[in-house]
Ligand binder design. Structure first.
Ligand code: CDP
Ligand code: CDP
Length: 237
């Protein structure tokens, strides 16, 4: 699969990774991997299976192995915009902050990350892939042609998440959102298994003051430069 180009977008929550990745995949005609969705699905599957993902239950012997097993057997199915977990349509449930928090708890377990690795790499198909998450450039696709680390101020990100939730009719206060977001970023950055950090060679993009279109153009410019270099689509790392 080494010849199939991958463009990675990693960064903290609500920095705009999903929006940017969707837009890039559409314009380049590439496949897309929303890796966070897989961790959210696992968090939800654990809840449905009656597995407590909060401390201290998570630290109990056997819990990590059970979650790894669950990750390998995830009965997931995508149908257009719909996401199915077994016979339940879960796309709305997956978007909640609670699902994000549960995702971040199970995502700290090495057993879970190992179980989801191959599933993620299987998304690498011609003509190419845009992948977003926390460890796309550091762990899952270390040979990606272009790695972008997307950030924005915590206040901007909480504001964006607030607008997003309000549009979906999900109640949330700015104070709660900011606290949740900072707690989740802290857990994602400080864990020992695939912590959130810029990959080596990643281009940093702070979009606090940027429109989505400006970020899209910036990444497309970088992509253009990568692909016109001496290594062709092998990239510019
Ligand atoms: O995937 P991630 O959690 O990083 O973020 P997202 O769901 O793509 O973006 C969070 C929200 O921020 C969305 O509603 C975007 O439309 C919005 N956004 C924005 O207002 N301005 C930007 N420059 C980027 C994203
Ligand atoms: O949209 P948002 O950035 O808030 O979250 P997400 O991308 O859906 O990810 C939810 C959680 O899954 C994150 O807080 C991470 O703990 C975890 N995750 C991860 O560990 N590795 C990834 N590649 C993607 C997500």
């Amino acid at each position: 699969a080494a010849h199939i180009p991958v463009l990675c977008i990693d960064g903290p929550t609500a920095s705009g990774k999903g929006t940017l990745a969707t837009e890039l995949a559409q314009r380049l005609g590439y496949h897309r991997l929303d890796s966070g969705l897989l961790y959210r699905l696992l968090g939800l599957a654990a809840e449905r299976a009656g597995i407590d993902t909060r401390a201290p239950a998570l630290q109990q012997p056997g819990c990590a192995a059970a979650l790894g097993q669950l990750a390998r057997e995830l009965p997931l199915r995508f149908e257009g915009q719909q996401v199915w977990l077994g016979d339940e349509e879960v796309s709305a449930a997956l978007r909640s902050e609670a699902a994000g928090m549960a995702a971040s708890r199970v995502a700290a377990l090495p057993e879970v990350r190992a179980a989801l690795l191959e599933l993620q790499r299987n998304f690498r198909r011609l003509p190419g892939l845009v992948a977003d998450g926390r460890d796309m450039g550091t762990v899952v696709f270390p040979d990606a042609a272009l790695k972008v680390y997307l950030t924005a101020s915590a206040e901007q990100r909480a504001q964006r998440r607030h607008l997003q939730l309000m549009a979906q009719g999900i109640p949330a206060t700015m104070a709660d959102l900011l606290a949740d977001l900072q707690a989740r970023d802290e857990r994602d950055r400080s864990r020992s298994a695939a912590p959130l950090k810029p990959a080596e060679g990643a281009r940093l993009l702070d979009n606090s003051e940027q429109s989505i279109e400006q970020s899209v153009q910036q990444v497309l410019d970088w992509w253009q430069v990568c692909n016109s270099g001496p290594n062709g689509p092998a990239g510019c790392l």
